[in-house]
Design a protein around this ligand. Structure first.
Ligand code: XUL
Length: 543
């Protein structure tokens, strides 16, 4: 019997993951990951990255991603998975990261020898050995320069969908142009992580999809074309170096002979444009209609939602990207996600069970203990010099710190998502930490919204697999709509729904105001809200 297999790949910060699905049976056949630190130690990464300059400069090695791709396919072959029956492949990449290539890139991809490892053949295609990734926060100067050239905050947001951000590709490209002029001139193509890896599968330079393109400060969010003003504000001759843009749902070609010969894929395997991890997760967690938002608790924490009608965060903290469906999505990215939670867990020598136990035993509102959790430079709100602030408690108060970090993360998420106009009725939780029910209960209480917890923690790779399936069926005129497609894989069970406890609604509304004032106090020279915090303590804890 013919089976409809589809493959989704996800090159995230710490690992490369494959999710293989069978649409004839609506099942996931395998989820398999290559962890960079563990399986490719010779790249010397920590949590998948190379960090310098006190955490401000964060790069990764594109050859490591290539080597991981081969390791991953080798493992799938060894597991005797039916690679030759896969109908279509798509993928996902950590957003914003840029790969700089010379003019041997295309000829090299065209002439790959399937007897030799990829990594040996791609050594000489780069003009920049390492790629700046989304965790990099070293381009404040370039952000300011570009924003100024575009006419300030408002026009920048109106054109690109976002303020300029340190990690966005445009400012990163400008920094390379300013600091490594000769290498910039030698660069013939600049790819994103997603389009770089899709190029390798395709055997030639691949387009960049609108979803990931929107995270560059270079694409016009309304016309979905490279924006001349933004290109000029960033670096000279940039248009020639950028691949074409394409819809996220477009077929970009068939898999290159290298992968057919080396791993046994069918030469008929269709490739669908890759996208960023957040647009992919939008599909992977089933956000195909308005009113639905997701929180992804991974290396970074993100809050994102499906958006039917374009609207912007004029404060410049959130982003609007194109959704894989052709609609829009909002995204807010918090860098102090898992690594911040782990910093507290490890400081007190806890495991995740102990951590959950403390969350269960401590009261909502944390006796008015407020943390501003900037263990790393933060994206939202912008904090370039990492410092952890504690009000009403000290760094050795274990319980205060455990609840403090979690409440801080979700209060900040609620505060900084206030601009999103389409009302959220349901939140879907995904990412590593979403298996922790205590964490999600706090999120649910703070947002006063029901949260669906999913079994899947590979939502980006699953989203990529589902996207490739959607395009494949559209191409053979067996149309399925997005919601019907994603629902086949989103089997939410009743015990995975977390209900907000209404009892804490008012408390968290009030605590949000305390938190808002502390952010203002620390980051914007606002008034010291100590008395306001004490009033909160008195109101809810009586002392
Ligand atoms: C989104 C962002 C991160 C990366 C890595 O803007 O920077 O979520 O995509 O996951």
């Amino acid at each position: 019997m013919n089976m409809d297999y589809f493959l989704g790949l996800d090159c995230s910060t710490q690992s490369l993951t494959a999710v293989l699905i069978n649409l004839s049976k609506n099942e996931v056949i395998i989820r398999y990951s290559i962890n960079f630190d563990e399986k490719l130690p010779h790249y010397n990464t920590q949590n998948g990255v190379l960090s310098s300059n006190a955490g401000k400069v964060v790069h990764s090695n594109p050859l490591m991603w290539v080597e991981a791709l081969e390791l991953l396919f080798k493992a799938l072959v060894q597991k005797r998975l039916p690679l030759n029956e896969i109908k279509a492949i798509s993928g996902s990449g950590q957003q914003h990261g840029t790969v700089y290539l010379n003019n041997s890139f295309e000829p090299t991809l065209k002439n790959l020898d399937s007897e030799k490892p990829l990594v040996d053949q791609l050594q000489k295609i780069f003009t920049r050995e390492t790629s700046p990734i989304w965790m990099d926060s070293s381009t404040t100067k370039q952000c300011e320069e570009i924003r100024l050239k575009l006419g300030g905050l408002e026009p920048t947001i109106n054109i690109t969908g976002s303020n300029t951000f340190e990690r966005f590709s445009g400012p990163q490209i400008r920094k390379f142009y300013e600091q490594n002029y000769d290498d910039y001139i030698q660069t013939s193509t600049i790819h994103l992580v997603s389009s770089f890896l899709s190029s390798i599968l395709l055997g030639k330079s691949s387009p960049i999809d609108h979803g990931d393109g929107a995270g560059m400060n270079l694409m016009n969010i309304r016309t979905k074309q490279w924006d001349d003003k933004a290109l000029d504000a960033t670096a000279p001759d940039l248009r020639q170096k950028l691949p074409a843009l394409t819809n996220s749902y477009d077929i970009i070609g068939k898999i290159s002979p290298f992968f057919v010969e080396r791993f046994g894929f069918s030469p008929e395997t269709i490739l669908v444009a890759w996208s960023g991890d957040n647009p992919n997760s939008l599909i992977g967690v089933g956000l195909t209609e308005k009113g639905k938002a997701a929180i992804s608790l991974g290396t970074s924490d993100t809050y994102f939602s499906f958006m039917k009608n374009l609207s912007f965060d004029m404060l410049g903290e959130g982003h609007v990207f194109t959704a894989p469906t052709g609609d829009f999505m909002s995204l807010i990215c918090f860098k102090n996600g898992s690594l911040a939670r782990e910093a507290i867990k490890d400081k007190f020598n806890l495991n995740w069970e102990d951590f959950g136990e403390i969350l269960r035993k401590t009261p909502p509102g944390n006796f008015g203990k407020i943390m501003l959790p900037y263990f790393l430079p933060e994206i939202v709100p912008l904090v370039l010099e990492p410092t952890v602030y504690r009000f009403g408690f000290g760094e050795n108060d274990m319980q205060g710190n455990v609840r403090g970090i979690i409440e801080a993360q979700f209060l900040s998420m609620r505060l900084h998502s206030e601009w999103i106009q389409e009302q959220t009725q349901e939140i879907y939780a995904t990412g590593g930490a979403s298996v922790n029910k205590e964490i999600l209960q706090i999120a649910s209480n703070i947002f006063n919204t029901k949260i669906y917890q999913f079994e899947t923690t590979n939502s980006a790779a699953l989203g990529a697999a589902l996207r490739s399936a959607k395009t494949y069926y559209d191409s053979i005129n067996e149309r399925i709509n997005w919601t019907e497609l994603v629902n086949r894989f989103l089997k939410i069970q009743d015990n995975y729904i977390i209900q907000p406890n209404n009892k804490y609604k008012k408390l968290y509304d009030d605590m949000l105001e305390v938190y808002r004032k502390y952010e203002k106090f620390i980051l914007k020279n606002g008034e010291d809200p100590e008395q306001f915090r004490k009033d909160f303590v008195k109101k809810y804890f009586g002392n």
